[in-house]
Design a protein around this ligand. Structure first.
Ligand SMILES: Nc1ncnc2c1ncn2[C@@H]1O[C@H](COP(=O)(O)OP(=O)(O)OP(=O)(O)O)[C@@H](O)[C@H]1O
Ligand SMILES: [Mg+2]
Length: 245
């Protein structure tokens, strides 16, 4: 099952991704993909990162002669991608890293797309933490999601933005099974205004996560986000998992 997260900047995509990954890793092997060039999922998970996909991509485009003789570009990239996998308990973390440099990337992106396609099949769960906005999705390296979580702050305008992102995802040709609106950082119960706004924007499924003081403290410490089961973010995320698996 492929779960992707989208939303405008700072709404909680990476925090929610990290808890989804940790909770899912108790059920099976998880491929965690940090698709934000401003990499911060590894910090939230507490998994140190050495190599990014962006580095492999740039290196291979810049210097194709590095590919050992007798090896196809596809084989080489597949091998490098496996080497860029950071394994930790039941979590395999891949970090996309910085975007493309100069040069022609079409071939390389096609190879990566094939590699990911092959790889994802081996995992029970894949969680993709996207950067704010949707532009990069048009590259279609990761073109499909069984569930797309559109994360919003607890405001009407935030929900409208999430809905626009949902339209953009369709426009760039992403195949999406279920679309769920996640209203994060709620100070209390879900007000009627926000559930009306969700409905008016075509979201039939809505999950809520309350403001979590433990997340705030972890942010102050800059530590990995390991939360007790009873914390608001953990409870919200387990609510989402009950909806989808
Ligand atoms: N439920 C919550 N309760 C309290 N604080 C939260 C909650 N969710 C997120 N935060 C805080 O909000 C801030 C932004 O969260 P996060 O980095 O997860 O958002 P993001 O959508 O991934 O941001 P970006 O677009 O920059 O990648 C962080 O400081 C995080 O600790
Ligand atoms: Mg983020």
């Amino acid at each position: 099952m492929i779960i992707a997260l989208a939303g405008k900047g700072g709404v909680g995509k990476s925090s929610i991704s990290s808890q989804l990954i940790l909770q899912l890793s108790k059920k099976g092997l998880v491929l965690a993909v940090d698709a934000d060039p401003n990499t911060n999922l590894p910090d939230k998970l507490g998994i140190p990162v050495e190599v990014t996909i962006g580095e492999i991509r740039n290196r291979t485009v810049r210097d194709p002669d590095k590919i050992p003789g007798g090896m196809s570009k596809h084989e080489y990239v597949a091998l490098e991608v496996r080497r860029a996998m950071h394994e930790h308990d039941n979590i395999d973390l891949l970090v996309m890293g910085r975007p493309e440099g100069e040069g022609c990337y079409c071939f390389m992106n096609n190879v990566l797309k094939e590699c990911f396609g092959d790889m994802i099949k081996k995992y029970r769960f894949t969680v993709i933490d996207n950067e704010a906005g949707m532009e990069h999705l048009s590259r279609k390296i990761l073109p499909r999601a069984d569930v797309m979580l559109f994360v919003s702050d607890p405001t009407r305008i935030g929900i409208r933005t999430a809905s626009r992102l949902s339209s953009v995802a369709s426009e760039v040709g992403m195949e999406i099974g279920r679309r769920i609106l996640v209203i994060n950082n709620l100070p209390g119960e879900l007000p009627q205004e926000l559930s009306d706004e969700a409905k008016a924007n075509g979201f039939d499924e809505v999950a809520v996560i309350k403001h979590d003081l433990l997340v705030y403290s972890a942010g102050l410490e800059g530590s990995a986000l390991r939360l007790p089961d009873g914390s608001e973010l953990s409870k919200g995320v387990s609510g989402i998992l009950k909806m989808i698996i």
